[in-house]
Ligand binder design. Sequence first.
Ligand code: C2E
Ligand code: CA
Ligand code: CA
Length: 667
Amino acid sequence: MITQQVEQIMNRGRNDPERSRPGARQTAELKALYKSERGATQVRETRLGLWLAAGVYLLFGISDALLIPDVANQTVMARFLVAFSSMAVMEILAATRVHPKWSDMTCAAAVVTAYLGWLVAAIGTQSVDNFRFYMIFGTIFMMSANLFFNLFFRLSVITSAIILMIFIGSLHFAPILEPDQQFVLILFYSSCFVFTSYVNWKLNEERYHVFLNALEAAHQHKESVERGAALERLSNTDYLTGVDNRRAVDKHLRDLWSEWQREGRAFAAILVDVDFFKKYNDFYGHQAGDRCLILVATSLQEAMRPLNATVGRFGGEEFIVLARVDSREQAAAYAEVIRATVENLALVHSHRRDGQEIVTVSVGASLTRPQTGPKLERLIDEADRALYNAKLNGRNCVRVFNPTDPQTSDENENIAATLRIAIRSDLIHMVYQPIFDMRTNRLEGVESLMRMKMADGTPLSPSQFIPVAERTGAIVELGHWAIRRVCEEVLVPGHASLVSVNVSATQLMSRGFALSVSTILEETGVSGTQLAFEITEGIDMEGQSDVIRCITDLQALGIRIWLDDFGTGFAGLSWLRLFPFDTVKIDRSFLQDTRRPAGRAMLEDIIRLIRNRGLKILIEGVESADHVELMRELGIEFGQGYFLGRPGAVADIPLVGNIKKTGTKRF
Ligand code: C2E
Ligand code: CA
Ligand code: CA
């Protein structure tokens, strides 16, 4: 309270336009504050002082009895009368909590009446000699007014002046002193008056300075506390968006986590990723990108505040929301609020590749549950897996981690762990599926397909381990290994003249991919023309400029680029426009659908489309003689499928396709 007042006064002083009178107003206000501050303890102090003084005053009754015994009865009576009446008044004032100036006045009046009362009663004494000296004690009343009681300055000086007057007056009424003696005593009384008033003035000044210093100290303390708080805020705030930064998020996470461990209070970690943000940055520029992040962050913060959830920036375009929740449904509801909030911002983003025209977010949430285990990282990892799923499901959607979902299950975590040791533990190998030239029935090449088993020998299908490897980034190392393996295992010994290798988007975007491929070619002595890389329009292909550069480098090595699974993704057509593919592999679902006339018409349309771009066609999933027949009818160059040859070991690669031969060994 007091520091607030000081603050106001100090600030007003700083901005005072009347600089010609620096701080005049400020000083007056400070003095007023000093008075009001002093008032708080004044009554109590004065009251205690009066008790003490009254006691001493009564005790002096003894010296009355010794020095002026003939009037001692009257003086003692006067002493009792004055002491008790002033104490009574003071007690009433203290009880009624009056303004401190009234207690000061009472005290001053008590001092004056105490002196006057004693003097009037004592002045008629016959012990004149004693009384002459005894009179000197009158100065004690002056001292008490000026020095003993902490009365306000003017009052104390007036009180001691009155005592001086009374003394001089008394000399007039009772001329018991010789003129010399009168002179000495008046001189003594006056000196005492001047001296005590001066000391009183000095004391008051000193008290005021002490008060000012204390105020200044309090003010500085408050300022340094505020500065500390501002620094703390700064060190926990993301410089761009103003939401919590990573440091603050980590701390908050740890706090929530230990609360969960201690008291079982559940909470959700919700990861939010801005869709196609790189593309946004590339097209609209970094400043616009920053603005976009700020808008997203601010709107999220506003939306989450009423829900008592905090928003932090977790990385580039990734945010994290932390909220106490009771159920999966609640976590999902929060995640949906987040998604809808950003969608409702309707920030234009006309350069995303999925047909939407505004900025959206993908949201992945995970909440603590009894099986979360003792590690906080696991919760974040689960939210990350849910986010990955949301992206996989077309973005601008919400996924909550589901422990029973095979896509995000613990099993996948086992796979992720096994993938880290798969190569050195010999848990990975390649199989090869023949690709035939349908016109000559000769082997055109083989597609290499990866196989993996768990440490206990359980085989896994690529649809189980490839997505995990892509999510964890293990695909980069696996892919590198696969390319080297097909060179050494198939091309160097000459089991086939062409091998196609499936390459993930993650690999194309990894640094130095083309360089690492050229190193393999150099070390194995294989020509780039013997390799084809099959790519599908995977997730996260938004950093197209990097990918295009990488593909161009690969083509410069002589490697052919094939478009895999054509027709299954939403961006197949734009990919066709973007890259000079050598061959397009039409997904097996189209061939399988040709039993229906509409299906066949669809296949023919696709074929026409690819032909118009002058590209070669390979149809996957050739499963019957009818399929072979149809392909010949349609003039398709290459075919691949169980009917022509199942994936198998190197030794099983056939040279010629036998359309009558069925039931090849399956791996
Ligand atoms: P994909 O590239 O489309 O590979 C063709 C898949 O179709 C293979 O499954 C193959 O066994 C299967 N297939 C071949 N002919 C037929 C047929 O006539 N009928 C049917 N129903 N299926 C047929 P697989 O080996 O399970 O591979 C699945 C996917 O895993 C692959 O699809 C590819 O996307 C991915 N994959 C496999 N190996 C690798 C690899 O080394 N690297 C990367 N990045 N991905 C790989
Ligand atoms: Ca493929
Ligand atoms: Ca395929």
